[in-house]
Design a protein around this ligand. Structure first.
Ligand code: ZN
Length: 280
């Protein structure tokens, strides 16, 4: 397991930590400001959200690399299943944005149960078909697709994948080398089978997302904790991910409307670095 106590060169920022995943939240820094502040702190890279990239993907990607960092990933595809699913052309357009940005990983949040079906088994099969339909396009663009399981409370309208094991099952159905899984502390901390699932995933782990689960969480979507403020066993989860072979950046992704999005982003970044080195 990597030792980060004196080293945060593997730390990356997901800009959701500054409120950039939703309109009307956070301090609203431009991508250039984010890049400068992350580079000044010696971060490995940045994960952006499509809404802040718009049509500027090429230029923003170049600027990240010129600052000595990498674009670690892009969030995210439109939903692939469920009542709010996008079209395959819309999914391909999000893949094109990731490619233009130079992002090696595009996160997939699946969307909820497919209309006309119940449960998740049928929806997982439909999901696999739709991922398979775009996986070749992504491979041609050099983009990997990370199927991110979400905490089961997001079942219904946001996801049909609840565990890393669920994601791996769909990966197996798709059977494409550029389709894997993202492991997010917020969604996976409770899963007592996580270590076994990570071992089964091996090199298919494409991303590791850091935050914490607050013991008294008051908003299922927008009350994620900073690392160390909650009950997730961060070192055990990272050990499981790294035992599987993961050596990539650790991406901090904190949706926090009441707390961290209310603060000066410079403070958020400074605390993030300190907590990463001392607790993650
Ligand atoms: Zn995540």
């Amino acid at each position: 397991m990597r030792d980060f106590t004196h080293d945060h060169s593997a730390l990356a920022l997901n800009t959701a930590t500054l409120g950039h995943n939703l309109p009307g939240h956070g301090a609203g820094w431009a991508p250039e400001r984010i890049i400068d502040e992350c580079a000044a702190r010696g971060l490995a890279g940045i994960v952006f959200w499509r809404r802040e990239i718009g049509t500027r993907a090429v230029g923003i990607g170049e600027r990240v690399r010129a600052a000595g960092m990498q674009v670690v990933g892009l969030c995210r595809t439109p939903y692939l299943v469920g009542a709010e699913a996008g079209t395959l052309d819309e999914v391909k357009a999000s893949i094109d944005t990731a490619a233009a940005l130079g992002a090696p990983v595009l996160t997939v949040v699946t969307g909820g149960t497919e209309p006309g079906t119940k449960g998740v088994a049928e929806s997982q099969k439909i999901l696999a078909d739709r991922v398979a339909a775009v996986a070749g396009h992504a491979a041609g663009c050099g983009v990997n697709l990370a199927l991110e399981p979400l905490n089961p409370m997001f079942g219904g309208n946001r996801t049909v994948l609840f565990t890393v094991a669920d994601s791996l099952r769909v990966c197996d159905m798709v059977g494409a080398a550029n389709v894997g899984v993202a492991v997010d502390v917020y969604h996976a901390w409770w899963d007592t089978g996580l270590a076994d699932s990570c071992a089964a995933a091996g090199p298919r782990i494409l991303g590791y997302h850091l935050c914490d689960w607050l013991a008294d969480t008051c908003d299922m979507l927008l009350d994620r904790g900073m690392m160390g403020d909650g009950v997730a066993d961060l070192r055990a989860i990272r050990a499981a991910v790294e035992r599987a072979g993961f050596t990539g950046p650790c991406e901090v992704e904190i949706f926090s409307a009441r707390n961290w999005w209310q603060r000066d982003p410079r403070e958020v970044l400074d605390v993030m670095v300190e907590r990463f080195r001392s607790l993650c």
